[in-house]
Write a protein that binds this ligand. Structure first.
Ligand code: BG6
Length: 301
């Protein structure tokens, strides 16, 4: 995007000092939102939230210092949107993992500032889908509302005249003080499919421990999940809707080091908690229907 494009975006959508567009890393277009002392940064590629600092002043999301900012490359960290498939596209395993939304440019639909929040709605143009079978079939809209909390919702619309199956996730990377100091009590007693054991089902009989690689799809999670970090005393509550699963991922030391865009020691300070409709639990959208997948993130120090 050129500086003229950024000027045009600001002319159409900037909101006083609370929402403005600029050239971010590698010249990629980003948007900065504020609500009182709370701050959020978002790249138009992927509608990717790369930073969220609530009023408490503590960064909530983990972003890899080694993330690669370049067109068509997914950013490592923050909140990538997985859409219109999560993980491997089983019918087309050659296609990129987690779909094409996270590497596509979104356009701005509208912005709003009022006493309640600073908000933006972005959309993925259905005519520009990179695969013909997806062109004009589905539209993705993503709304973000920054206030004392962070609210977001992915809205998937079936534009076609036949049922549409898709899977998706809000692939949220949370920053933590240390893997050994966090607890996620809501997972205890849930059933999960272990991606590291060919999706073998297990029950989480005691508290989850994050001392090695974890890649699990938890089934039927409760609406609210608490992430308790005894290292920094921060309690993050994540309320999600429209999801059948919750994916918990930490690559562990070896995989982190094998990924060029993942800081070598980053696995110690992050955990992905992803409201998702994954694997066989994707969603079937009837013609004209809309599915909402959202989450509300709230932190207390
Ligand atoms: C998680 C998956 O959601 O994302 C993992 O469960 C995957 O299997 C991880 O490794 C990261 O995926 P990517 O494509 O961003 O490297």
């Amino acid at each position: 995007m050129t500086s003229a494009d950024i000027t045009a975006l600001n002319a159409d959508f900037a909101r006083d000092s609370r929402l403005k567009f600029s050239a971010g890393k590698a010249g990629m277009t980003k948007v900065d939102l504020t609500f009182h002392e709370a701050k959020l940064e978002l790249y138009l590629q992927g509608a990717h939230i790369t930073r969220y600092r609530p009023i408490t002043g503590v960064e909530v999301l983990w972003m890899s210092d080694s993330a690669v900012y370049q067109p068509a490359q997914a950013l490592r960290g923050g909140i990538p949107l997985c859409w219109p498939w999560f993980g491997v596209d089983t019918e087309h395993p050659d296609r990129p993992q987690h779909g094409y939304a996270r590497t596509s440019d979104f356009s701005v639909v509208s912005t709003l500032t009022d006493d309640q929040a600073t908000s933006i709605i972005l959309a993925l143009d259905p005519t520009l889908a990179p695969y013909s079978a997806w062109q004009n079939r589905a539209r993705l809209e993503f709304e973000i509302r920054l206030s004392d909390t962070l609210w977001m919702e992915m809205r998937s619309h079936n534009l076609s005249s036949s049922p549409l199956i898709l899977s998706n996730a809000l692939h949220s990377y949370f920053t933590i003080s240390s893997r050994s100091l966090v607890a996620i009590p809501a997972l205890t007693r849930l059933t999960y499919l272990d991606k590291l054991q060919n999706y073998l089902p297990h029950q989480q009989v005691s508290a989850i421990t994050l001392d090695s690689e974890v890649d699990r799809v938890y089934q039927a999670p409760p609406a609210t999940i608490d992430l308790l970090d005894s290292g920094n005393g921060i309690h993050t509550s994540i309320r999600s809707w429209g999801n059948n699963n919750l994916v918990i991922w930490n690559p562990g030391e070896q995989k982190a080091q094998a990924m060029t865009d993942f800081d070598d020691d980053g696995f110690e300070r992050m955990i992905c908690i992803e409201p998702a409709n994954a694997l066989q639990q994707g969603i079937t959208l009837q013609p004209g229907a809309c599915h909402r997948l959202g989450q509300l993130i709230k932190t207390d120090a």
